[in-house]
Every structure is written in structure tokens, then in C-alpha cells.
Design a protein around this ligand. Structure first.
Ligand SMILES: Nc1ncnc2c1ncn2[C@@H]1O[C@H](COP(=O)(O)OP(=O)(O)OP(=O)(O)O)[C@@H](O)[C@H]1O
Length: 259
């Protein structure tokens, strides 16, 4: 079941460096939210706080609250590994395990967690996930071939299949199309629109047309200057952000006047 995400006044640090300051956001279940903004304003950093991947980086820490259906992800006793299972992530560069078969890539999350499943159950998971990622028809005859033998767009869909195989409730995507050609990009965008019925999706993108095409709501991040923390300047319906933003900085950015 897709979950809602509520972030309250989050500060995100790399050791002493405050990378994102005072970010708050309320994300409804079964929606797509896009994070846009200039390079270095903290989009990826903020995204990684939503599944506790930020703290894997040495010196990475947060202040504030990230709630998933009202439960604080950073509360005492919360297991970060469990958080990352519930909140899956897809990265900029498709990163299938190259020598592993397509089949084994999809079930990698279960193997790593040491979850025991019989062959029939695993077959079902593989088919369901590849169907969900719109890749099944293209690979069903070659499930035992290495993941690295797929095209870039197929590899990215394989990574999406791997992410959804463990049945997350939220999917985070960090520039998932930046290494893809326009056709593969459209395939991923179509897929994002389909996945929305099952998951809450948050995507970082540099492509404003993409944000406009796939997202329901958009958050614009900005940076006051070099060495300053990034801030979430405006967060609203995507149609509003792109047609009638309330902040001048947002308007300058989306109209290309950013400088
Ligand atoms: N591992 C790290 N250690 C220290 N500082 C980091 C680290 N990763 C990012 N930063 C810093 O945090 C700030 C935000 O970076 P982040 O990558 O989140 O920005 P971004 O908006 O996603 O940028 P881009 O659009 O270029 O990917 C930057 O000043 C960056 O240099």
C-alpha cells in the first residue's frame, strides 16, 4: 500500500556542512512528486533522507522529522534496513549486478536479506516485477542471461523491477532517465505514471518537461549562494509551478532566466 510522506523542518548535514535547511513537504500517497532546481541545491541529498540512505555517507546526519504514514523514520528503534525495503530507490545510472542473471537481479533484495522462498514463489516475484516494470515481454525468453546484456533503458527498467520486487510502498528515483535516450526516457515516464497506482513516487529530475509530464506536484529547490544551504523555495501543484509560480526565483528558473 502506498504511504504518505510528511517531512517537518528538516536540516541535512554532511558533518558540519548544512546542505539543506528547513525543508518541509507533505506528499500524498499514489502521487508523483518532482524535485527540481539548479545543481548543488540539495535535491539528491534531500531525496536520500527519505529512506535513510543519507546516513550511509560518513558525516551524514539529519535534524527534524521524516514521517511515513505518521511514523518517524528516524525514531528510536526504527531499523534503517527495513526503512530502505519500504522506501525503494532507483539511481541515475542503471546499476544491475552485471554478472548476475536478469532473474537473479530481480530477486537480489530477497537474496541479500536471506529471505527463503521456493522456486515457484521466486518465479512469481520475477514475473510480477518484470511485468510491473514493463520489461517482461522483452526478457522472458532470456531470464538466465546477464543483466549487463540489456540496453541502457532495459537495464534501468530491470533496476525498477528489482526495486519493486520487494514490494516497497514508496519509490524514490534520482534522475532515472538522465543516461537514457528519448525513447527509453518516454518508456520510463509511462512506467512512472503506471506505477503511481501502486506507489508513492518522488523523482529528482533536471528535465523540466519531464517534471511537467510525470508529476502531480513539484518542489523547487534553490541555493542562495556558494557554500549556503539549499532550501525548498516553493512546493505546489505542478501545473501551478509551471504556469504561475508564486516565487520569482521559481519563475526565473523555469523560464530559463536563472543565473
Ligand atoms: N558525500 C558528500 N559529502 C559532502 N558534501 C556533499 C556530498 N554529496 C553532496 N554534497 C554537497 O551537498 C550539496 C547538495 O548536493 P546534492 O548532490 O544533493 O545537490 P543536487 O541538487 O542533487 O545537485 P545535482 O543536480 O548536481 O545532482 C552540494 O553542496 C554538494 O557538494
Amino acid at each position: 500500500m502506498a504511504k504518505r510522506i510528511d517531512v517537518e523542518d528538516l536540516n541535512v548535514y554532511y558533518s558540519d556542512f548544512l546542505a539543506v535547511e528547513g525543508a518541509s513537504v507533505n506528499i500524498a500517497p499514489n502521487t508523483v512528486t518532482a524535485f527540481i532546481g539548479p545543481s548543488g541545491c540539495g535535491k539528491s541529498t534531500f531525496l536520500r533522507t527519505l529512506n535513510r540512505m543519507h546516513e550511509v555517507i560518513p558525516g551524514g546526519r539529519v535534524q527534524g522529522k521524516v514521517m511515513l504514514d505518521g511514523e518517524d523514520l528516524y525514531g528510536p528503534g526504527v531499523d534503517p534496513v527495513n526503512v530502505r525495503r519500504t522506501v525503494g530507490m532507483v539511481f541515475q545510472k542503471a546499476n544491475p549486478f552485471p554478472t548476475m542473471s536478469i532473474y537473479d537481479n530481480v530477486i537480489a533484495g530477497y537474496k541479500i536479506a536471506g529471505t527463503r522462498k521456493n522456486k515457484r514463489e521466486l518465479d512469481d516475484i520475477v514475473e510480477r516485477s518484470l511485468v510491473g516494470a514493463n520489461l517482461w515481454e522483452e526478457v522472458k525468453q532470456r531470464l538466465n542471461r546477464p543483466g549487463a546484456g540489456l540496453s541502457g533503458g532495459q537495464q534501468q527498467r530491470l533496476c525498477i523491477a528489482r526495486a519493486i520486487a520487494v514490494e516497497p510502498e514508496v519509490l524514490l528515483m534520482d534522475e532515472p532517465c538522465s543516461a537514457l535516450d528519448p525513447i527509453s526516457t518516454l518508456a520510463i515516464e509511462d512506467l512512472i505514471s503506471e506505477l503511481k497506482s501502486s506507489y508513492t513516487i518522488v523523482i529528482v529530475t533536471h528535465n523540466m518537461q519531464q517534471a511537467a509530464r510525470v508529476s502531480d506536484r513539484t518542489a523547487f529547490f534553490n541555493l542562495a549562494g556558494v557554500g549556503q544551504p539549499g532550501r525548498m523555495v516553493e512546493y505546489d501543484e505542478t501545473a501551478k509551478i509551471f504556469s504561475n509560480p508564486s516565487q520569482k526565483a521559481t519563475e526565473d528558473y523555469i523560464s530559463g532566466r536563472f543565473g
